[in-house]
Write a protein that binds this ligand. Structure first.
Ligand code: 5AD
Ligand code: SF4
Length: 466
């Protein structure tokens, strides 16, 4: 059956009414928050084309894996999951029902045709910069073509975002992601992102503000600005001046109904004076900052091409904490980068003790083809990486639990996000991203209420209305 593409627009509301969905799409998302955001937008684009979302893979006419290429394991997982689809696809073929399989995201961008070669079950491959072409690609695939779509012009970069519709937002809740920047020009020697997501491009102010307004009109109270290097965002402001992320945050803080702002992920070298001042000035900018450092050893930082020292990072955090006393720090760490000695690793442990993180993500170094790190001498043995990761994670876990426990007795605002597991229970979010569980049904979803923290689990807080 041919898809019905007609969409009618109501003159009064500007909302579109769609044909009833005739097909089902299942999207599995791997990796970072930008992929989560992209998956939602892909779903939006496909719904416009007559697809309804399904959580059941067996039931889908179109299966998309939105993939991550950051570490080897992430990429390999995709191939093993694809392998498992062979049987389902064969069953479908024997029943005469269509089942298309697509790979999107960073593995798609990095491996392109290779995916079709390794996994014949795949019908379409679409890179992150070409999602606006997804509906056409699906149409061609339905006609029996195998398609790899990864070429793009840099001007197209934000074209891949279809217009956000209110109905689509409503189903998603009170917090939302908003991509403002994509790509990376930093070329850390371990990282594939500059190759998979391309060079740094900032989305224009008008588009960002319009999307933020659309989100808040639909009930969103908290927005997290996304970018691989979000604090490298820049653009021309409506005042004709060059804006940085700080100016954008001041502008977004004025959007009616928007109570909370966050941004992720940042590079230490792009934390400028204005952005630090924004943390002092803006009550809606939440006191939580993800600022990866990767290593505490200057020698390793240099080999990683991070372009700053451990001491510069520590002084930067001091300045941020002076601007916003209650700010909680989060970070990323890599153990076992080529050439990392016990001493280098100890320097990382010292840095972690000095910063005292509220949360952090840590990984064993993974050799990525095409990156300078992959060809470096003195690759660290797997068992050494394992031991270091264990030690580092034990320290980080200890800090995270201590941070959570330090909230007991505090009064704070919680943004109510959803009903709890038990009847009458509601679950909110603290300014520091912790789930806050309240046993009384005292507020609506989307409300921000004052609570007192009575006790804490490893990550969650248990509260009473204050
Ligand atoms: N190996 C291990 N970890 C990596 N990261 C990025 N590339 C690699 C790699 N090759 C980690 C970094 C980055 C996070 C998103 O993933 O810590 O900040
Ligand atoms: Fe990768 Fe470094 Fe760019 Fe972050 S800053 S995306 S780690 S190259």
């Amino acid at each position: 059956m041919e898809l019905n593409n007609t969409i009618t627009r109501s003159e009064e509301t500007g909302e579109t009414s769609r044909p009833a969905p005739t097909k089902k799409v299942f999207i599995k998302t791997y990796g970072c928050q930008m992929n989560v955001y992209d998956s939602q937008r892909m779903t939006d684009a496909l719904t416009t084309d007559g697809y309804a979302q399904t959580e059941a893979i067996e039931d889908a006419d179109l299966i998309l894996f939105n993939t991550c290429h950051i570490r080897e394991r992430a990429a390999e997982k995709v191939y093993s999951e694809l392998g498992r689809l062979n049987k389902l696809k064969a069953e479908r073929a024997s029943n005469g029902r269509e089942m298309l399989v697509g790979v999107t995201g960073c593995v798609a961008q990095a491996e392109g045709n290779e995916i079709l070669r390794r996994s014949p079950v795949v019908d379409l491959v679409v890179g992150p910069q070409t999602y606006h072409r997804l509906p056409q690609v699906v149409k061609k695939a339905r006609a029996g073509e195998k398609i790899v779509e990864t070429e793009y012009a840099i001007e197209d970069k934000f074209e891949h975002l279809p217009k956000l519709e209110k109905a689509a937002v409503r189903s998603r809740g009170v917090t939302a992601f908003l991509t403002v920047q994509e790509g990376c020009d930093k070329f850390c020697t371990f990282c594939v992102v500059p190759y998979t997501r391309g060079s740094e491009v900032s989305r224009p102010v008008s588009q960002i503000v319009a999307e933020a307004e659309r989100l808040t009109e639909a009930g969103v109270r908290e927005i997290t600005l996304l970018g691989q290097n979000v604090n490298a965002w820049h653009g021309e402001g409506p005042d004709g001046k060059e804006w940085g992320l700080a100016q954008l945050l001041y502008r977004l803080a004025e959007v009616p109904g928007l109570a909370r702002l966050r941004y992720t992920t940042s590079h230490p070298r792009d934390m400028d004076v204005d952005l630090i001042a924004a943390h002092r000035d803006l009550a809606s900018l939440m006191p939580y900052l993800h600022l990866p450092v990767q290593s505490g050893s200057d020698r390793i930082l240099k080999a990683m091409n991070r372009k700053h020292t451990a001491d510069e990072y520590l002084r930067l955090i001091e300045r941020i904490r002076e601007a916003r006393l209650d700010i909680a720090m989060s970070g990323d760490f890599i153990v076992g980068f080529p050439g990392e000695t016990d001493e280098d690793f100890e320097a990382t442990m010292r840095l972690i003790r000095e910063v005292n993180y509220a949360q952090a993500f840590s990984f064993k170094y993974s050799q990525r083809p095409g990156t300078p790190g992959a060809d470096m001498k003195f690759q660290v043995e797997e068992h050494v990486k394992d031991e270091r990761l264990q030690q580092l994670q034990a320290l980080l876990m200890q800090q995270q639990h201590a941070f959570t426990a330090s909230r007991i007795g505090m009064e704070m605002n919680a943004l109510i996000e959803k009903p709890g597991r038990k009847p009458g229970q509601i679950v909110g979010r603290s300014p520091w991203l912790q789930p806050v569980i309240i046993d009384e049904n005292v507020a609506q979803i989307g409300d921000i209420i004052k609570v007192r923290i009575m006790s804490a689990g490893p990550n969650s807080l248990y509260a009473e209305p204050a």
